[in-house]
Design a protein around this ligand. Structure first.
Ligand code: ATP
Ligand code: MG
Length: 342
């Protein structure tokens, strides 16, 4: 059996869709980094979840995994403190997913607001797959296998954690009536920027093409900001602006906290135009990203670094997953073969 420390456990993952954007950072990654001293952190590459949108492109899985893990490490995840592993390398995720899938109704999954939003954004209507609707059930398995207490995620993921909590209660009600519960009920952990807007004001998201990447060059960042939608009513520089609807103002709030009060006042009064505001936002984002980008290069130059981090993480995660599954199999009636006396 594993030796669990007294620190509460964090379990949170991301789908490997390539290089990360600012929304991934402000919504989740920032908390992962900040909390790794006080919590026991587990971070999984959700490379089965990625199949919901990318199953036709097997050649993308490894490069996207590599780029994402590189971003995690560059942002400050310390692999000596935090476990990093791929979902696909620990088959127990599939086994627990199957068991949990029996405990939730199809209707409940169809009512999931995140599912509805995705189906609408991807234009899938009646074309969504079995895997797509079961996405949060697999996610529950990811969390429960490691008995995660907290799940630092962006706002879109909160309904999924709620489903995990329901599954825990249902599981215990059925299988643990006369014994100690197996799983904690996981809680979401949100940051102040749990829904960072993209350059077009919708949620920043890779599939919407409205992102700034953590690894974008200065030229890319400046160019992207120039194209950002601000406040349509602020046509000329001196027109009064409405920062509350402007994505560039959100970036000022997050990345330029010392100047944000003055920026807000001057935007509202008309003293500050969008061209200058975008330039300052660019300066702030660049100085925020620059140490990360340096670190990214350093790690990239170390051969097999990412591969070794994954392989170490996978060995440790596998042991824990196996222990949990032997408890689950036992309460669900799947013991090893025993002699049956008539
Ligand atoms: P995208 O939504 O860009 O396609 P993804 O679906 O590939 O990203 P996920 O694994 O769903 O990636 O997201 C990883 C984490 O980042 C999740 O916790 C999610 O809530 C968070 N996140 C993603 N976009 C944003 C955003 N714009 N603001 C805050 N958090 C975000
Ligand atoms: Mg997403």
């Amino acid at each position: 059996m594993e030796n669990r420390t007294s620190k509460p456990r964090i379990l949170s993952g991301m789908r490997p869709t390539g290089k990360l954007h600012l929304g991934h950072y402000t919504g989740a990654l920032e908390n992962w980094v900040r909390l790794q001293n006080d919590y026991e952190n587990f971070h999984l590459v959700a490379d089965w979840h990625v199949l919901t949108t990318d199953y036709e492109h097997p050649q993308r899985i490894w490069p996207n995994t590599y780029e994402m893990v590189l971003d995690w490490l560059a942002a400050g995840i310390d692999p000596n403190q935090s476990l990093i592993f791929r979902q696909s390398q620990i088959l127990e995720h599939a086994e627990l997913h199957l068991m949990l899938s029996m405990l939730v109704s199809f209707g409940r999954l169809q009512r999931n607001p995140t599912f509805k939003e995705q189906i609408r954004d991807l234009g899938l209507e009646d074309e969504y797959s079995y895997g797509h609707i079961g996405y949060p059930v697999l996610q529950a398995a990811d969390i429960l296998l490691y008995k995660g207490n907290y799940v630092p995620v962006g706002e879109d993921q909160v309904p999924h954690i709620e489903l995990s909590r329901e599954l825990v209660r249902r599981f215990h009600f059925i299988y643990c009536q006369d014994r100690a519960p197996i799983f904690p009920e996981p809680l979401p952990m949100l940051t102040a920027f749990a829904r960072l807007p993209g350059l077009d004001r919708r949620r920043m998201s890779k599939s919407l093409g409205n992102t700034i990447l953590l690894s974008d060059s200065e030229q890319e960042i400046r160019q992207k900001l120039r194209s950002a939608i601000t406040d349509e009513q602020k046509v000329r520089k001196n027109d009064p602006g409405h920062p509350e609807i402007c994505p560039v103002f959100s970036y000022q709030q997050k990345f330029n906290p010392n100047q944000v009060k003055k920026i807000e006042m001057d935007c509202r009064s008309g003293a500050l135009g969008c061209v200058d505001c975008k330039k300052w936002a660019g300066d702030a984002i660049l100085s925020f990203l620059s140490p990360m980008q340096e670190k990214r290069k350093e790690i990239q130059n170390q051969p097999n670094f990412v591969e070794d981090v994954l392989s170490t993480g996978e060995q440790k995660a596998r042991t824990i997953a196996r222990d949990t599954m032997s408890e689950v199999r036992e309460v669900m009636g799947f013991q090893k073969i025993i002699t049956y006396e008539i």
